[in-house]
Every structure is written in structure tokens, then in C-alpha cells.
Design a protein around this ligand. Structure first.
Ligand code: DWN
Length: 403
């Protein structure tokens, strides 16, 4: 494990500890057996008082987090996310006039869902450290060049030698997975055409703090972004933020467009919202920590009461974020089983709590009185799909019973 003592964007060492969830196994480190060996690591969130970046300082090596047996497949996660990425590919193609000769690169492109949305070019590159997802992106989503590796300046150099520079580079929900941002951005600057655009999507720290989405805090997410640190990072690499948007995916995210040049960065409206929400004041993070504690206690007590009364409880969906809740609120003993649509998760057990994970059919064959809606970010899609469910869903953050 790597332990940093300085901010990964500004380099300062003036931190405020926001929350400490104790030692946990990585959220996507599902086990094959109930007593498989496991390794747990500190899960602590810090706020940099200089540039405002929320970040983990205790870093689990990426080869442990992402390379072997990474169980997340974008295309199996939800219809919502598949549509989101197909729409993004169409939007970028149109906005940046992509033609057949343009190279488009998705870093951490998982199973190639986003790249499969491009229709104007088939010169698509998926830089994906997880082997199975990398192969899947080529075989199923027709990615032209699957690169089974992490993105580094060396990989950038190899790509330019082989295929030339990229018109569009995307890094959606993996930019938060990057520990060494400076090496990563050096690779971006080298790989990106001078008139190209680098687009990231990251969970917005404003949503996390305001809507108390403490479950998004886990080892894969090394940073949690507001706009200011991203302006700072762009400037350090001769880039600027040409567009900044708030988007609803994953409970509230930022979509940020970086371009080469020294024009004034955009996103002032978002920066003002963040300031008004108190995100430059450590007090906001102390309040967040207390609210998260209250939420965990409320959910724990609700599940204990229900099981004491003889009711049965399952977990509907096993997103990575479920395990932050289960482990930090000690819920394992109250949940009979989890289900998940992702084949790579079925037949496995949740980390630390060792709850079995079954295919969705098990939920129909063995219905429980209550089901915790861990992928609450897809509530609309799930509630529509499960309108015949006779039991009641529970929102894991609010403890609200959704009947
Ligand atoms: O940043 C990340 C996000 C984007 O994806 C990665 N670090 C890992 C992963 O996080 P996550 O697992 O929290 O993502 P999702 O997309 O919220 O995961 C949804 C999970 O719920 C999937 O495992 C599929 C499952 N699911 C289900 O079982 N039945 C989802 C739906 C909609 C369903 O009906």
C-alpha cells in the first residue's frame, strides 16, 4: 500500500480528515469462498485545505484493484449507463466533427460500451487494465485497438507511434481512479491532437457532500472532485476547461472538457454553487461525517429491528458502493443474500461481510420481505422493472422504505 503525505494535485500537506471507515477490503474484491483469504486497507477521506481536493491518501495498488478478476462490466450494470455512454459518443462525434480518419481513445473503457457508440470512425482504442474486459471490448463491442494496460506516458508514446494522435480522449468514472495524476496528464498532452478534446466524467463532490452519498467512498475512488482542483490541474499542463457540465449519472457527476491552450477556464457557475454549499469550509465536511454516521446507525437499527421481528432482507444489486455501506454499518448479519445482473459477480461473496451473490432469478425464487436498493442511482429503472415485487425496497442512504 502507498501512503501519501501531500495532495496529488497541489502538493500541499495541509489536510483535514473528513471520515474514517476503518480497514476494509476493496469494494470490488469479491471472494470465491466464504473463507477466502482477504486483505483490508484503511479507508479514510481527506480534504486538502489548499486546493480543495477530496482524496484518499492510503492507496491500494492499481494492480490489486483493477487487473485480475475485476467484476464490473459497464454493459451489464444497467440500461441507464449504456444509454448514457451511447449518447455521449454521439454528442462528441457531432460536436467535434469526427470523421473516419479520426482516432478516438477511451481510457479505462472497461468492456467498450462507450466506444461502441461511435459510428463515424472505427479507429477506436480502449486502454483497459482488466484483461477480460479488454478482450470483451474487442470481441463484443468491436473496439479496433484494445490495449490491456494502464495509461502511462509510455503507452501514450506507443499509441502515437502506431496510430497517431487522438482527436477525442475520454476517461469516464476512471479519472477518479488515478493516483499519479501528473504522469497521467503528461500522457494525455502527448496523445491528444492540438485541436483535440479530453473529456472526463467524475462523481461530483458537491453531490457527495450535499446528498450525503458516503457510499461512493471506496478504494477505487482515490479523488472526489470539485471544479477548482481541475482548473489547477489543467493550467499545470497548458490546458484549460473549455466546458464544464453537471450531469445526473451516478447520483450527480461533473463532465469536464479539457483543451490545449491558455484561454480562461469555464465552470464559474459550478464553482459558485460549490462555494455556496460550503465546500471550501472544513465545517461542511464535519457535518457530512456526522450525517453519514447518523445514516449508518439509522440503517443498521432498521435492519436489526426488522430481522428481530422475523422479516427477511436481501440486497438488490451489488455495486461497489454497497460494500462501503455494508462494512461501515456492520450490516452483514442482517442480509440473507445479494443479487446482481453481472455474471462476473454471481456465485461470489461480498468482501469482509461474505454475503452470497446470486443471479436476479434467485430474488424471484426466494423473495424477501425487504430489499435494499444499493444501486439507488438506477432506482427509476429498477422500480419500473420490479413493480410486481410484493416486498418493500429500502433506500440505503436515507433508510426510507419505498413501497
Ligand atoms: O466508478 C465506478 C462506477 C462507475 O462503476 C467503478 N469504480 C465501479 C462501478 O461502481 P458501482 O459498482 O457502484 O457502479 P454501478 O453502475 O452503480 O453498479 C450497479 C450494479 O448494480 C451492477 O453490479 C449491476 C447491478 N444491478 C443489478 O443487479 N440489477 C443494476 C441494475 C440496474 C439492476 O437492475
Amino acid at each position: 500500500m502507498i501512503v501519501h503525505n501531500s495532495c496529488r494535485i497541489c502538493g500541499e500537506r495541509d489536510f483535514h480528515q473528513v471520515v474514517d471507515f476503518g480497514n476494509q477490503s476493496p469494494s470490488n474484491k469479491l471472494t470465491d469462498h466464504i473463507n477466502s483469504p482477504e486483505w483490508s486497507y484503511p479507508l479514510k477521506l481527506y480534504y486538502c485545505k489548499n486546493c480543495g481536493l477530496l482524496q484518499l491518501l492510503h492507496i491500494v495498488p492499481p494492480k490489486i484493484l483493477f487487473q485480475e478478476d475485476y467484476p464490473y462490466y459497464t454493459g451489464k450494470a444497467s440500461k441507464t449507463i449504456v444509454k448514457h455512454f451511447k449518447d455521449l459518443a454521439k454528442l462528441l462525434e457531432k460536436e467535434y466533427n469526427i470523421t473516419t480518419s479520426d482516432l478516438v481513445v477511451d481510457i479505462g473503457g472497461n468492456d467498450g460500451t462507450l466506444l461502441s457508440g461511435y459510428t463515424k470512425t472505427n479507429r477506436t482504442v480502449n486502454i483497459e487494465p482488466s484483461f477480460d474486459q479488454s478482450i470483451y471490448s474487442m470481441q463484443v463491442n468491436n473496439v479496433m485497438y484494445p490495449i490491456n494496460d494502464n495509461f502511462t506516458p509510455e503507452v501514450a508514446r506507443r499509441l502515437v507511434d502506431l496510430y497517431g494522435k487522438a482527436k477525442i480522449i475520454t476517461a469516464t468514472n476512471m479519472f477518479a481512479h488515478i493516483d499519479d495524476l501528473y504522469s497521467f496528464m503528461a500522457g494525455i498532452v502527448y496523445l491528444l491532437k492540438d485541436d483535440g478534446v479530453f473529456v472526463i466524467e467524475v462523481h461530483h463532490a458537491l453531490s457527495i457532500i450535499k446528498d450525503m452519498e458516503y457510499d461512493s467512498i471506496y478504494h477505487e475512488h482515490m479523488s472526489y472532485y470539485t471544479i477548482n482542483p481541475l482548473w489547477h490541474l489543467a493550467e499545470n499542463f497548458g490546458m484549460y476547461v473549455s466546458k464544464a457540465e453537471k450531469i445526473p449519472i451516478h447520483g450527480g457527476s461533473l463532465r469536464i472538457y479539457f483543451k490545449k491552450g491558455n484561454e480562461k477556464s469555464w465552470g464559474l457557475k459550478i464553482a459558485l454553487e460549490e462555494t455556496e454549499a460550503g465546500l471550501h469550509d472544513v465545517g461542511a465536511y464535519d457535518v457530512f461525517c456526522l450525517r453519514a454516521e447518523k445514516s449508518r446507525i439509522k440503517l443498521h437499527d432498521l435492519l436489526k429491528t426488522l430481522t428481530d421481528q422475523g422479516y427477511t432482507i436481501s440486497g438488490y444489486g451489488c455495486p461497489a458502493k454497497a460494500n462501503t455501506i455494508i462494512n461501515s454499518a456492520s450490516l452483514g448479519e442482517y442480509i440473507d443474500y445479494m443479487i446482481d445482473t453481472t455474471p462476473a459477480k454471481q456465485g461470489k461473496y461480498t468482501p469482509n461481510s461474505h454475503i452470497p451473490i446470486y443471479p436476479t432469478q434467485y430474488f424471484y425464487d426466494h423473495p424477501t420481505d425487504y430489499a435494499i436498493l444499493f444501486p439507488w442511482n438506477y432506482a427509476k429503472e429498477i422500480l419500473e422493472k420490479e413493480k410486481d415485487y410484493k416486498g418493500k425496497f429500502i433506500h440505503p442512504l436515507t433508510g426510507e422504505i419505498i413501497s
